[in-house]
Design a protein around this ligand. Sequence first.
Ligand SMILES: [Zn+2]
Length: 91
Amino acid sequence: MSLLIIRLIIFVALFWLGFKLFRAWNAYQQQAEQEKAQQHAPPPDEQMVKCAFCDLHLPQSQAHAHEALWFCCHEHQERFLRDGRQKKDDA
Ligand SMILES: [Zn+2]
């Protein structure tokens, strides 16, 4: 009789452990999916700015600021300050 009770306890313990592992695995999968989605989606309130040198539009977080102007890269900032706006070939 006691052997049956021990088997029952072991069976319940294994079932409970499996259930816990299943829930932990599900939570891990959901968290991984959320992180993946957040990485691919741009930040919700990201403002787009325009490079004063080449007119490229880019997120403000990736732009370089100089006074009231935005630049796509440090090189364009230096060239704009040195030479002014980029000269178009068709002008
Ligand atoms: Zn630029």
